[in-house]
Design a protein around this ligand. Sequence first.
Ligand code: HEC
Length: 401
Amino acid sequence: MLHARDRFRLVFHHRQNHSQSNENFRSVRQFPRNNQAHREAINQQSDGKRRCPAKESGRDGQTRGRQLSVASAVVSKNEHAGQAESDFSSEDMLTNRTPEAHAWALEKFRAFRSQGQFIPFSAGKDTVIFPGFDGGAEWGGSAVDTQTAILYVNANEMAWTGALSPETGENSPKALYMSQCGVCHGEKMTGSPPAIPSLVGVGDRLSPQQIGATIKSGKGRMPGFANFDDDQLYALIDFLVSGKSKELPSSEPPPPAMNYRFTGYHKFVDPDGYPAFSPPWGTLNAINLNTGEYVWKINLGEYPELVARGLKNTGTENYGGPVVTAGGLVFIGASDFDRKFHAYDKATGELLWEATLPFSGNATPATYSVNGRQYVVIAAGGGKDPKSPSGGVYVAFALSK
Ligand code: HEC
């Protein structure tokens, strides 16, 4: 909490060659401030000489020669936007993290349909959704610098798959599960942790009463199913606990269902839990809204344990948006696994400072000032990394006096 603000006041460090960043951060309050140096830098870049550090600087580890489009967020005349980036059609894009992971991914990929964007689902075969159900451009919102008309937006590049399955119309608890629960918890009950729990072995964790209460009343983001009669409810609980699915005695018809059902949300991750295709897996983008050009694009986020093994700067899944300050900084947390909070130079995308949060900062930061002193604060809650605990703290930073 912020009440003891001095306790949470962390020093805002900056790299030596950025002697200005101190000044920049301080000056946010004087918005709008005309920062000639930055204006020149931006003009230069939008003169057709697009800077794209993510592309220029060879990524460690693996590369694929393409750029993610955030065109879903921005109508753009950029030659990259809306182009084949969303097309996951080539085996060249599969992971090379380890030979085993590659072989696994290749076998899976050959069984998928992957024919570009806007392909309707089909029954019986998984279709690749790329760059994912959750973006492309992220839901955390974007930041716009009204002085320069540059939009800052983070993006995910995660391949998911989806499929349809015909409804059987039978009146059994399994059919009930498939039509009412499978859309979230998946056909095989494996869910999509941590957002949607697996129901495999749920009988070992919860009593039949607890399961029944969750089904009837819902919980968190799960809706309740108050319409089930007792026969249906008990048969469903029995099915979840024992796996047995006997035809329901009830004269009640099964709840209305469509001809097809969605079989659940699946990320295309390898057996170790990493994306089964090559990086980047997440990016931060600066786009000139007047020209539609990318001003810069960098990879956002890392897996600390992959960094330790030499696989750096991959970008990762990220949730939570950026803020841009008049002093020339873009603040963003968002990265799911490294728990970092970052400050970038808004003109170049250069990382100026970062700090590790207690939980990942899957939220959009805010900046404010108290008695003439400026702070930037982010809610750190985590919850997206199955291997890390979740929490709930606000962390505020200020420049040292
Ligand atoms: C819209 C998505 C959605 C649907 C549909 C759905 N669930 Fe859930 N379910 C969730 C989410 C999300 C949670 C986690 C809730 C929480 O803990 O905040 C959950 C939790 C549960 C839990 C508790 C699991 C645990 O380990 O704590 C059970 C049991 C469960 N669901 C059973 C069902 C059954 C049975 C159905 C079908 C009748 C169903 N759910 C339909 C999303 C869904």
